[in-house]
Ligand binder design. Structure first.
Ligand code: FNR
Length: 367
């Protein structure tokens, strides 16, 4: 399918499914157990209804800029970390760096990216923001070394992912048999035991003993970069993240790849609005990013209306890799157009004007 004929993110997904090798598709698409959380995180947006206002003079441009932990993004979303970009394109994550650079949005390459962070950093344009995603390694000195390198390479923030104490049960991967060779191909740098499986390979190094008090160590090792905690599923942990000094959080269930039947990110956002609204007061104080299940500009606008400071997407950008950096750029441009159109139809000229009164979320709140 030519890139020009793809109109929305669903088109990119279908195209990737048709093009990728079954094992690669399985790695990107898979979710935990029966995939309920992954599915529901997408489906729930339909239950939030818009309340568009009219006759508001929306003739000019729409200001889409947001702030993420003190860093500006030209659009109200960024690219989530996802491993093994080379399963879709020979240049892997380099295409995402270039595509994100063209549209002015931050990208957080995975700790397990299939391209070295040095190469990724050198592909970035000067104004571009890269964030370093960290899985804390059992041998802490390795993480310290990686964080020091991230700082040296000019990464602007650290995202510590905390929802992989153990790997999720991804049955599609097990069925298609993502094997050691595939993993090695995509991860030339990774250390693996002879018989290790994909999930085991990458996850075996993750420190399951990590706890809140270690956040201070992550902050110190990050050399003053803002640290965001990714994998927050409850208002209680959102509050703890702030108390332990994080600069922000990703409301994320890892794209439904870890705990199946965990809440959708939207439900967690609503919990926070209800019980700890001070966390949503200002992105410069504490940034709340909604990650997972976003497939339309309207989904992003709803998240912003309900208090998220920014959004983040994983799979859509991985699927777009089939078309290299042009595909990555196009996914971002499609979302940009959808957000602009939605803002004008709601009667706002800046995403900063988005407020809860532009939506009716009662169907989700009641559930
Ligand atoms: C991920 N995710 C992820 N997260 C992370 O912190 N480090 C990682 O290495 C990965 N790897 C990864 C691989 C693949 C193939 C997927 C699909 C996801 C989770 C990712 O950052 C993000 O939370 C989800 O992808 C968000 O859900 P959507 O946007 O895919 O629905």
């Amino acid at each position: 399918t030519p890139l020009s004929s793809l109109l929305n993110l669903e088109d990119f997904e279908r195209s990737a499914e048709a093009t990728l090798k079954p094992k690669s598709w399985a790695y990107y698409a898979s979710a935990a157990d029966d995939g309920w959380t992954a599915e529901q995180s997408k489906a729930i947006w339909q239950h939030v209804r818009f309340r568009p206002r009219v006759l508001r003079d929306v003739g000019g441009d729409v200001d889409l800029r947001v702030e993420i932990a003190g860093i500006e993004s030209r659009l109200p979303f960024m690219v989530s970390p996802a491993a093994m970009g080379k399963l879709a394109h020979k240049d892997g994550e380099l295409c995402i760096v270039k595509g994100a650079g063209r549209v002015g949005i931050p990208y957080a390459p995975s700790n397990h990216a299939s391209v070295s962070h040095r190469d990724l950093a050198s592909a970035a344009v000067p104004s571009q923001s890269l964030f370093f995603q960290l899985y804390v390694h059992r041998e802490r000195w390795r993480s310290e070394k990686q964080l020091a390198e991230a700082k040296e390479l000019g990464y602007k923030a650290v995202i510590v992912t905390v929802d992989v104490a153990v790997p999720g049960n991804r049955e599609l991967d097990l069925r298609t048999g993502l094997d050691e060779n595939t993993v090695l191909l995509a991860n030339p740098g990774i250390e693996v035991g002879k018989k290790a499986f994909a999930m085991a390979t990458t996850s075996a190094t993750i420190d399951a003993s990590l706890s809140w008090k270690d956040l201070d160590w992550v902050k110190k090792a990050s050399g003053g970069l803002p640290v965001l905690v990714k994998g927050i599923h409850t208002v209680e942990d959102a509050v703890l993240a702030e108390q332990y000094g994080a600069s922000g959080i990703f409301l994320s269930n890892h794209g439904g790849r870890q705990v199946n039947t965990a809440s959708t990110p939207l439900e967690v956002l609503l919990e926070i609005r209800q019980s700890a609204p001070h966390l949503l007061a200002s992105p410069s104080r504490f940034t709340v990013i909604l990650d997972g299940g976003l497939r339309r500009g309207t989904d992003i606008v709803k998240a912003l209306c309900l208090g998220a400071h920014a959004c983040s997407l994983g799979r859509p950008f991985m699927y777009s890799l089939v078309y290299g950096e042009d595909g990555v750029e196009k996914v971002a441009r499609v979302l940009e157009e959808e957000v602009v159109r939605c803002c004008k139809l709601l009667g706002v000229r800046s995403v900063k004007e988005l407020r809860p009164q532009y939506v009716n979320a009662r169907r989700v709140e009641r559930a």
